[in-house]
Ligand binder design. Structure first.
Ligand code: URA
Length: 440
């Protein structure tokens, strides 16, 4: 077989065989196929797409390129959750404890943030002492005992994806729906859970800017999950505004704690409830009504918050921060963004909001940079909110005073204003299963 012929076949829009796909991916990972030919192959996929069968086979090959977790020593149905990325996305910090408090099993391997999206592991590490590296025995034992552990994902999960992503990043082939679907699902399948719930974000702070593209991505990911024999549900959520009010690390942990206590911003609360119910249903805990009532009582009775504290303690962290979030120290410098007009917030460039948080120190400029856990942004006004001139739209926090001016400039450019109240997207837009799409 010659890679030239495989590229040529894909370029002409013909369906590749399993052997051809494995030849291309494995050859690239082994260093036998050079970057320039793989770049041409990726560009051919970008323009011609892939059939579901091709996609299932390519993802399987990428999954098998590295470590594959065997979670069979954890009792019960393990349900994983993954988000396609966003700004202010602290959902795992609420959904994990909530599902575990209702009897579900969450063996979660999460990533660090890069670019404008934050990572669950960075957020968790804001809690003094908390370790996100755990050996396999301790991980299994913790999930068996508590129903929950959140650790950093192994460096050798889907190495084919790592190598492909690096090439996509410099060849303008990141924004391809089949390539995104295979990339995300290869890592999910390698993480070893029995079932998968996907949060497919839509809007100015998401990979998918339109509902139609997000639905297509969701359908592809569901097809891959189901093709691998794992029941998979995708839920589409609004990322046209930052999720909740807090973007950063310490402040997102505090918002997660408030939400586990039944408070927190309404949009974030609704998304957490939706995902918790979906995960519990997939975990075989009950029907929708039963799971909704379990979620409510776990919050009302304080068991969901206790579960987060138990997990923090078990992972070596100081759980007093969970019951006394005022212990998180405030950022040294802060600045208010003030509304220049009367009217409404008509749009937010949410990706720009995420980039502002990075400028302030809340995220990484590159893989080597550190994180300022106190840095971030608190949003008081979002799209659709009425405003008066002089209102505080947002507050910026940082430990590096020199970042404030650039942060202010960027955040102020991220807001648009007008006289008419705009239509705001619903927080939960649609769900996709193997049986089709349901719009809300
Ligand atoms: N997230 C991933 O892991 N891969 C992509 O290709 C896009 C988003």
């Amino acid at each position: 077989m010659r890679i030239y012929d495989v590229i040529d076949k894909k370029k002409k829009g013909m369906e590749l065989t399993e052997e051809e796909i494995y030849f291309a991916i494995n050859g690239f990972v082994a260093g036998e196929i050079p970057d320039y030919q793989m770049a041409a192959f990726l560009m051919a996929i970008y323009f011609q797409g892939m059939t579901d069968r091709e996609l299932i086979e390519m993802t399987k090959c990428m999954t098998e390129s590295g470590d594959m977790a065997d979670l069979s020593r954890i009792q019960g149905i393990k349900v994983d959750k993954h988000s396609t990325g966003g700004v202010g996305d602290k959902t795992t910090l609420v959904v994990g404890p909530l599902v575990a408090a209702c009897g579900g099993k969450v063996a979660k391997m999460s990533g660090r943030g890069l670019g404008f999206t934050g990572g669950t592991i960075d957020k968790l590490e804001s809690i003094p002492g908390l370790a996100t590296a755990m050996d396999e025995d301790a991980f299994f034992e913790t999930v068996n005992d508590l129903g929950l552990a959140i650790i950093g994902q192994s460096a050798n999960i889907a190495p084919a994806d790592k190598k492909l992503y690096a090439l996509r990043d410099v060849t303008s082939t990141v924004d391809s729906i089949p390539l995104i679907a295979a990339s995300i699902m290869s890592k999910k399948l390698a993480a070893g859970s029995d079932k998968i719930v996907l949060d497919v974000t839509v809007g100015s702070g998401a990979f998918m800017k339109s509902l139609d593209d997000a639905l297509l991505l969701a359908e592809k990911m569901v097809a891959i999950g189901e093709g691998a024999g794992k029941e998979t549900v995708a839920i589409l959520t609004d990322m046209d505004v930052p999720l909740g009010e807090a973007v950063g690390n310490d402040i997102e942990i505090i918002e997660a704690i408030q939400t586990l206590q039944g408070g927190g911003p309404e949009d974030f609360r609704r998304i957490c409830q939706t995902f918790s119910i979906a995960m519990l249903m997939l975990g075989g805990i009950g029907d929708e009504k039963t799971c909704a009532s379990l979620v409510k009582s776990a919050i009302d009775e304080g068991r969901a918050l206790d579960k987060l504290a138990a997990m923090v303690e078990r992972q070596g962290g100081d759980s007093s921060y969970i019951y006394h979030p005022e212990k998180f120290r405030k950022a040294i410098y802060e600045m208010k963004l003030i509304s220049p007009v009367d009217g409404f917030v008509t749009h937010m460039d949410t990706e720009a909001c995420g980039r502002t948080a990075v400028i302030l120190g809340a995220g990484r400029e590159n893989k080597e940079s550190g994180i300022d856990s106190r840095a971030g942004i608190r949003f008081y006004k979002k799209t659709g909110d009425p405003i008066r001139q002089g209102d505080v739209l947002a507050r910026l926090y940082t430990s590096r005073e020199e970042t404030l001016q650039e942060g202010m400039k960027n955040l102020s450019a991220a807001y648009s204003f007008g006289a008419e109240k705009p239509q705001r997207m619903k927080s939960v837009l649609a769900s996709v299963t193997k049986d089709g799409i349901q719009r809300y």
